[in-house]
Design a protein around this ligand. Sequence first.
Ligand SMILES: C[S@@+](CC[C@H](N)C(=O)[O-])C[C@H]1O[C@@H](n2cnc3c(N)ncnc32)[C@H](O)[C@@H]1O
Length: 325
Amino acid sequence: MRLLVHFLIASNFRRFLCVQAETKFTVKDAILHWEKVFKKQNIPEPENSAGYLVAHVLGETRIVDILVRENEILSKKEKEKLEKLCECRLARMPVQYIIKQWDFRYLNLLMAPPVFIPRPETEELINIILKYIKKSKPKPTGFLEVGCGTGAISLSLVTECKSKLYGIAIDKSYLAVKLASMNVAAYKIDTIKVAFAELTEDGNLTEVHLNGSKPFMPDDKFDFIVSNPPYIPRKKLRDLQPEIKLFEDLRAVDGGDDGMDVIKSLMKLTESRLSEGGSLFMEIDPSHPKLIEKWIDENYDRYKLKLKKVYKDIFDKKRFVHIIK
Ligand SMILES: C[S@@+](CC[C@H](N)C(=O)[O-])C[C@H]1O[C@@H](n2cnc3c(N)ncnc32)[C@H](O)[C@@H]1O
């Protein structure tokens, strides 16, 4: 009996999904229909999800571009494609992975699961670093990004900075290295090199050599180091949305017990890789400034670091640090 009830509910839901596919419907109908389905299924941001997926099917990347096309009638093929994409969204796949691209500041970047999707707060980190470069004399030129993901941070810095910048962007995830390389190539940037390398717990960089490739990472010191590291305290991981838990690489967000594992390694890395007078910029959890200050004090004799400034995000939360050597 219970099986029969399940079957009836499932087939009714399926009919609800397909009913629009059988009749003619416009772009506007499509958005409203899928928004309603998403709402019913408690999918976060139902309007945006429906809007982006319809835009994608119509070959657009922004919702505003389909608003002028709202009376256009979708072809059978478009409706079928839309239905497939919306089913992925119903399974809680992030929109960014379904449409395979996303905007970050002035860039449109390729996205692919499980590589971390750049978040809007990280856009604020770019403003902080660009201001620091603008004020610095002499201008910093060489930087290292640890944990580049899609390459969003390095690419934004290099494309938006008024002075010349050269960056090495590393990640321990092979898929991230591949995706970041594709994004760098798509923007035809030859001043960023992407390397498959890992920051180890003791603050060293270990490069992974594929098919006997030659060492690529230079031994240089950098004018600044930037990172949006994994920083979520482990006990908070269970509260993450299904979109993250099911589709994103959890190693990109898991910062260990207090979220400080990679942050500590980054501070250790300054010993060998940061020039005298150089800066380390990190995105962090609001619980971290106190822990960072404590670590810097306890390890001053060896690393000679100073917490120059803690920055808040637009929600008034302490989210970024600038550390100097
Ligand atoms: C939070 S994501 C940030 C990605 C990107 N920078 C951004 O802001 O969108 C952290 C990234 O660091 C990488 N990562 C984590 N631990 C690392 C380590 N020890 N060495 C190198 N990369 C690491 C992960 O693979 C992931 O791509």
